[in-house]
Design a protein around this ligand. Structure first.
Ligand code: GAL
Length: 463
């Protein structure tokens, strides 16, 4: 007997089952089609973002050659001098670089006419020119040497802190290094890492109290600032020394605002050891670390700060022992820690090295010279500069800015900034000390560019 007597649809018990099956099948098809088109759409979008990202970073990784003609030795040598000392040896490039009267001087320290100037209309492209003078929004040369950058997420602003060296250069005694009296720590703010507004001296030197760490006759170098989320305060660590670099200590200052004023708290020898060139690093978990050159600069030490970042804990590890490295600049990418350091040759430039570690407390392994392009002399002298900081670029994972100082020891206030793109990727190119197998880490590359800029929209790119 028929169950349904509708004239058009006569459904029998067996066929009801197959109708249900057809309907479920249709529904399944619709769902699959929906998922397929969504995935297609998504991967098209991802491909597009990926391509944009690749196009952006390709420009940063272009290898640029650099040529310069070496001037022939100046002046003639008298026959007597020739007999005594033989023919004049060509000066080394480093000598030439350090010689104020060298013909190559304008090549290393281009004059004011070529300055990077945010007030000029033709600078809309925001090009960076490593080594050129860099002016702030008021037209004055930026004074932030041995510096570092803090990105304040709440204010979406970059703050650049560094040594203000805008005073006369002199030697305190014949064997002493060239120096400038302490003026203080300058701060500049920016939204684009190119236009910098002077926020003033946020930690000034001390004029009268001779016993104060910051008395102008002492040394204040390499200030770095991090933000403490728990205390809502900005904490500055810096190298504090006397004129002969025998105090070898770290100093700590604190402020409620990134633009100061910073209150100077104290100095000490970390873990009881000498500390000269140094930096601090804040990890993603909020834990922060001090890294400093110690034991006559023959090794680096690393140790965690206390939760308020105002002091050190007792934990310390010796790293890169016997390698004589200084000017450490630390950064992290995809869970691995990286560091760039320089050799120890005072204000004279030398070869940079890149190091990597799986745990920040070590062991750290040395991977080789990260400098790419320019020419051999450029690569052997870190492009005539010394590392100070590595800035992560929010929105461009794997891309960083390598910040370095091109010191001018005859006129320290005229020292220049060498900022270049740094990328992490590819295979490390030198064998590792502890690991005789394949290198575990990616290569770190710093690409020479005479002129470069951050890709358009770099702040908003997602991958
Ligand atoms: C460098 C150091 C600078 C400064 C200089 C003084 O080795 O990195 O920060 O201390 O020596 O000669």
């Amino acid at each position: 007997m028929a169950v349904n007597s509708h004239p058009l649809v006569r459904v029998f018990p067996g066929s009801r089952c197959s109708l249900l099956l057809v309907m479920w099948g249709l529904l399944g098809c619709i769902i699959m089609f929906y998922f397929y088109s969504t995935i297609q759409h998504q991967s098209k979008g991802e491909r597009q973002i990926g391509l944009n990202y690749l196009a952006m970073t390709r420009e940063l990784e272009e290898v640029e050659e650099e040529y310069f003609h070496f001037p022939s030795p100046r002046g003639k040598r008298s026959p007597r001098a020739f007999k005594r000392r033989g023919p004049r040896k060509p000066p080394s490039v480093i000598d030439e670089f350090l010689d104020e009267s060298s013909d190559l001087r304008p090549f290393f320290f281009p004059d004011h006419k070529t300055a990077i100037d945010p007030r000029k209309d033709d600078d809309v492209n925001r090009y960076l020119y490593p080594g050129r003078l860099w002016l702030d929004t008021e037209g004055n040369p930026i004074q932030a040497h041995g510096g570092g950058i803090l990105f304040d997420e709440r204010k979406e602003t970059f703050y650049w802190y560094g040594e203000n060296k805008d005073g006369p250069t002199y030697h305190a005694h014949s064997k002493g290094a060239a120096r400038v009296d302490i003026i203080g720590v300058s701060c500049y703010s920016s939204k684009d890492l190119w236009t910098w507004r002077n926020e003033g001296v946020v930690l000034p030197g001390e004029e009268t109290n001779l016993t104060h760490d910051l008395h102008r006759t002492n040394v204040l170098e390499r200030p770095k600032v991090i933000y403490n989320d728990k205390t809502d305060r900005y904490v500055m660590w810096m190298h504090i020394d006397d004129v002969n670099y025998t105090k070898a200590s770290v100093g700590v200052a604190v402020s409620d605002s990134p633009t100061g004023p910073f209150e100077y708290l104290y100095s000490k020898r970390p873990h009881g050891f000498e500390s000269r060139d140094m930096t601090i690093f804040k990890d993603n978990d909020g834990k922060a670390y001090l890294i400093y050159s110690s034991e006559d600069n023959s090794e680096l030490h690393i140790g965690p700060l206390t939760d308020d970042y105002l002091d050190l804990t007792n934990e310390m590890r010796r790293i890169l022992v016997g390698q004589h490295r200084e000017a450490p600049a630390l950064f992290k990418y995809q869970g691995t820690y990286y560091m760039i350091t320089s050799g120890c040759t005072g204000w004279a430039p030398n070869r940079a090295l890149a190091h990597a570690a799986e745990s920040i407390m070590g062991p750290w392994e040395t991977m080789g010279n990260p400098c790419v392009g320019g020419n051999k002399i450029f690569r052997m002298t870190t492009f005539f500069s010394q590392s100070t900081f590595v800035v992560p670029l929010p929105g461009l994972p794997g891309s960083f800015i390598f910040m370095a100082d091109r010191w001018n020891p005859s006129e320290l206030r005229d020292s220049r900034y060498v900022w270049l793109p740094l990328r992490v990727g590819g295979v490390a190119d030198e064998p590792l000390e502890y690991n005789f197998g394949f290198p575990l880490w990616s290569r770190v590359s710093i690409y020479w560019h005479r002129k470069w800029r951050l890709p358009d929209g770099w702040r908003n790119v997602q991958t």
